[in-house]
Design a binder for this molecule. Structure first.
Ligand code: NDP
Length: 378
């Protein structure tokens, strides 16, 4: 029953985000090859190739459905280890990804990763409320960290995470895959280079109908909130990277709760309006009750937009009525390779902890505006 529920949850979540699935032909080949090789030899081969070893922490839908397959397509890094609280997942992952026993941990043995030279980077893919603790423990273990979005539930936790990584002399990045995705990068180029003049208005929405009412995404203590934390964060990002500006103040309104039994702890949907530098009108909307997936900029001399804007694949864009034409890429592979390259070159990540903290601060202001009905200065 539990397994059935998990599959159903995964199906619903994948359906909402996946759009077109990206064929993983080379990963399938590599998988077949890898199975023939002793895991220890595989690790040595990857090390010799100059790849950094990543350990995924929390083997749920995103780690299993997206990140692990993507790590078979990356050139700068590979899946070297796993951390899981569910022993039944271990044989499946071992078999599929050729992971040696010595690189398999649970949440109790996690800190001993410090003694494992195969693991260079720890990628936190746990429920939101666990991001801060595991990022700090990873930094204390002397490892670089990639942490999923939203970075944490509070700005104070973000500060602690940034400080822990700084103290350890390790890099901290947030799993913002769209900073490595061509359609979204085109929005950045058109907006920030003012190709059609100043952006005057920008709107964005992300939503889907959420499934299983028992999942952590609907529990305030674990998720920190509802669709704003999970999906609205993409709209915040889209508005900021397309305009090149950050909001100064926000007003927000909660939508009605129309679906029974799911939203006793978190919002079902909400809308917000940012006050932006230069008087840009910026509006966002996030929902667990209906489908939304767009980012639209209206500039002085034309419009440019994406819809869908935020899926893992199958993105579409147009400038005026002319379609954009970019390849579908494996976003997660690009993201991890990009982050790892910055680590290898000793450069600052383009998706650093500070960016995650900025968004956590904005999200907190949106919630305060929603709760109080007043404009909140960010
Ligand atoms: P899942 O619920 O599918 O997976 C979370 C995993 O965390 C579980 O499978 C479990 O793994 C582990 N875990 C440890 N403690 C708990 C607990 N108390 N309750 C539930 N799970 C626990 O979530 P997702 O994979 O969908 O999301 C994980 C993170 O990734 C979130 O922060 C989410 O926002 C982010 N995410 C980012 C996406 C992106 O596009 N950047 C897309 C989807 C998610 P185990 O059994 O191995 O211990």
């Amino acid at each position: 029953m539990e397994q059935h529920d998990k599959s159903r949850r995964k199906f619903l979540y994948d359906l909402s985000l996946a759009g077109l699935s990206v064929p993983l032909i080379s990963s399938a080949l590599q998988c077949t090859d890898d199975k023939k090789t002793n895991p220890e030899i595989m690790i040595e081969k990857n090390k010799k190739a100059g790849k950094l070893g990543i350990a995924l922490v929390g083997l749920g839908n995103y780690a299993g459905g997206q990140l692990a397959p993507a790590l078979l397509q990356t050139g700068n890094c590979y899946l070297a280890g796993i951390v899981t609280g569910t022993p039944s997942k271990i044989p499946v992952w071992k078999e599929k990804y050729n992971i040696p026993d010595k690189n398999i941990y649970n949440y109790e043995t996690f800190d001993s990763i410090k003694d494992n030279p195969d693991i260079d980077i720890i990628y936190i893919v746990l429920p939101n409320s666990m991001h801060a603790e595991y990022t700090i423990r990873a930094a204390k273990a002397g490892k670089h960290v990639i942490c999923e979005k939203p970075m944490a539930l509070t700005v104070e936790d973000c500060d602690k995470m940034i400080a822990a990584c700084k103290q350890a002399g390790k890099s901290l990045s947030i799993g913002y895959r769209l900073h490595f995705e061509p359609y979204n990068l085109e929005m950045v180029r058109l907006g920030t280079n003012k190709i059609y003049g100043d952006v005057k208005k920008i709107t964005s929405g992300f939503g889907f109908l959420i499934g299983d009412p028992t999942q952590w995404r609907l529990k305030k203590a674990m998720a920190g909130g509802g669709p704003m934390q999970d999906l609205g964060i993409y709209c915040v990002q889209g508005i900021c990277y397309t305009t090149g500006h950050e909001p100064i103040a926000v007003s927000a309104q909660e939508g009605p709760k129309t679906i029974a039994d799911k939203f006793s702890e978190v919002e079902q949907s909400l809308k917000w309006q940012f006050e932006m530098p230069g008087g840009i009108i910026a509006e966002g909307e996030a929902s667990y009750g209906y489908e939304l997936n767009f980012l639209k900029a209206e500039a002085e001399k034309g419009t440019f937009e994406l819809s869908p804007a935020y899926n893992y694949g199958g993105l579409k864009g147009k400038i005026g009525e002319t379609p954009m034409n970019f390849p579908n890429v494996n976003q997660q592979a690009k993201q991890m390779d990009g982050i790892v390259l910055s680590i290898k070159n000793n450069q600052t990540s383009i998706v650093p902890g500070e960016l995650g903290k900025r968004d956590v601060k904005i999200i907190a202001a949106v919630y305060e505006a929603m709760r109080t009905g007043k404009k909140v200065i960010i």
